[in-house]
Design a binder for this molecule. Sequence first.
Ligand code: IPT
Length: 269
Amino acid sequence: TTLGLVTTSLALHAPSQVAAAVKRYANAADYQVLIAMIDENVNQSLQNCINELKSQRVDKVIINVPLESSDAEQIVQENDDILCLFLDVDPYSAVFNVSFNPADGTRASVKYLYEQGHREFALLAGPEESVSANLRLKSWLDTLESYRLKPVSVSHGNWDAQSGYNGVLQLLREAPEFSALLVGNDQMALGVLSALHQRGVAVPGQISVIGYDDTYESAFFHPALTTVSLDLDLQGKEAVARLLLASEQDEQRSSSILPAKLVVRSSTG
Ligand code: IPT
């Protein structure tokens, strides 16, 4: 009657909202949730977290940690006494997962900006170590290429607001000529809006900004953020439901891919 959750930093908005949902839906099914949070050195400490949960008699665990498919498969192989469901892996990997389509929302973002007349795009992606950040970046690039465009510059942040703040200042130094900026998540977009405001750059007058996640706060940014909505509550709900249904038999472990949708607010025009 206890589920485990191993999560990346809860200082980040998306994982904290997923954790809240996992706890709520597990509790509603009369399960407790033990949370282990990992920060650095993902591969090493992930196994430690799993061991910690096993020692507390947990036999089903949700893993919200960015993992390459091969690393996730290795975790599964080395832990046959605990059932693992992954939230931050390539949706098409072989492991049991509930994840988001990494291409639909990104494609819609580029298309929307293109149709608004934008041709000069800058990209501020999430960390290079993150599978999801790279899949989002790849999809932006592929979509731009389908319009025969290349970004004027590309940079990476580490998901937090400070890195968005620094990142956009770097982009402006490298290639000031862009009218559209795609950002890997909402927290970095918050830093971007702050830096642009301080520089007197009008959003969306001079630069349109699109975030990613649609975390709860993004509707309250100034201007309200256009972003890609991930239903993080639904991800938590599906993860709990699928994990509780799953038995030792592989057939019952069905993965699912949730849609990501563009939500247009005031930071684009
Ligand atoms: C991903 C978020 O989009 C990003 O903002 C950041 O919080 C990251 O998680 C932390 O790992 S969502 C994930 C399920 C791909």
